[in-house]
Design a protein around this ligand. Structure first.
Ligand code: SF4
Length: 379
């Protein structure tokens, strides 16, 4: 088996910053219970690891005892949540990603000048709930082109669209085209709202998935950008599976891909039957030599889980790893001002959250990869 390890994958600067915030807050306020409003990032393992260290996650500010320390998650919150926290005299540290804050600022600005805002995104997603809360009377959510006829438009000349940061660029383009067709004078935001991390990870999958028989996306089911990566892979014809970690691997997927590849098609059999006795093992790995699996991860998935997946694949099926570098990311976000101030007061120097390329060792990943740069032309 050949593993293609997509780069970039996994943590973005916003997620790294949010995780650093909670870690710092836990250290700074030792002995106090730290509350986090909503999952700090949408990853089961990240949340569990913090929960194990005593952090309490809540979905209602009213559950937090007055005067406590609360961290707002990377997805952002509405002014109503801030007001509720303030009314309870909570000491709030805001870990909202700056790229989400940018969309909030746009919503406030457009609403102030009397525009109606069409926010392209998933109505139930925490980020969209928070952005909409900035100007609820001015914002309507558009989830698909089919929803456009149901919009209430006062003046088609005073319309602007914004987007959730973690949408599929393909899906967003379809909805935006439909909006432009319905409202030719609709304005666009001054710069793209879909963030650099979402765009880069999707480009990498679009570029690499055609070489693979199967794509494995490490991420949780409630992670919007992780789900979008599976869709992008499927859109270019390569079946994809979303897994939280190596324990979610179903070896029958590889059996089915192998059979499909033998028949000249890389498509997975949609209704996977459980034939545990036929699942591949290292002893039968000869069959898997011709198989290529693309491994990537959503922006909230820790790299140690990616390493665990690679290790499990190589231990069971044998093979090699190639790291394919489509983009090299060099983005860092500062810690929130309130946290920097608190650290400064205690004589600590805040470091920005920075993402580097992971060091891949045989011990962690099951093999040492050949790194192949394919940066010329993202598509
Ligand atoms: S996915 Fe994008 S918007 Fe979301 S936290 Fe990461 S950088 Fe920020």
């Amino acid at each position: 088996m050949r593993i293609l390890l997509a780069n970039p994958r996994g943590f973005c600067a916003g997620v790294q910053m949010a995780i650093d915030v909670v870690s710092q807050v836990v250290d700074l306020f030792e002995g106090e219970t730290i509350y986090v409003y909503h999952e700090i990032v949408h990853n089961r393992h990240v949340v569990r690891r913090f929960r194990d260290s005593g952090v309490v996650f809540v979905e209602d500010i009213g559950e937090i005892p007055e005067g406590s320390v609360v961290v707002f998650s990377a997805h952002g919150v509405s002014p109503a949540v801030r007001a509720k926290a303030s009314a309870r005299e909570l000491r709030a540290i805001d870990a909202t990603c700056p790229l989400v804050t940018k969309v909030h600022a746009e919503a406030i600005r457009y609403a102030k000048r009397g525009d109606q805002i069409l926010l392209v995104g998933h109505a139930e997603h925490q980020e969209v709930v928070g952005t909409r809360g900035e100007a609820p009377d001015a914002i309507q959510i558009v989830e698909s082109p089919e929803g456009i006829p149901n919009l209430t438009i006062r003046d088609p000349e005073k319309l602007v669209y914004l987007t959730q940061t973690t949408l599929s660029t393909d899906d967003a383009a379809v909805i935006i085209d439909a909006l432009r067709e319905a409202f030719p004078n609709i304005k666009s935001p001054p710069s793209e709202d879909i963030c650099y991390a979402t765009t880069n990870r999707q480009h990498a999958v679009r570029r690499l998935a055609p070489e693979a028989d199967l794509t494995l996306v490490v991420g949780s089911k409630n992670s919007s950008n992780s789900v979008r990566l599976t869709e992008i892979s499927e859109n270019v014809g390569t079946p994809a599976r979303l897994i939280d970690d190596a324990s979610d691997l179903d070896w029958n997927w590889f059996e089915d891909v192998s059979r499909a590849t033998d028949r000249g098609s890389a498509r997975l059999v949609s209704d996977v039957k459980k034939h545990a006795d036929k699942a591949p093992t290292a002893q039968s790995s000869g069959r898997w030599h011709g198989m290529t699996v693309l491994v990537t991860a959503g922006a909230s998935a820790p790299e140690d889980l990616v390493a665990g997946v690679c290790r499990a694949l190589l231990e069971r099926l044998g093979g090699t790893i190639e790291q394919r570098e489509v983009f090299s990311e060099d983005v860092e976000f500062n810690l929130p001002a309130a946290l920097r101030k608190e650290m400064g007061r205690r004589g600590l120097t805040p470091e920005p959250a920075r993402i580097g390329t992971p060091r891949i060792t045989r011990e962690l990943y099951g093999g040492v990869p050949l790194t192949v740069s394919c940066r010329a032309g993202p598509e």
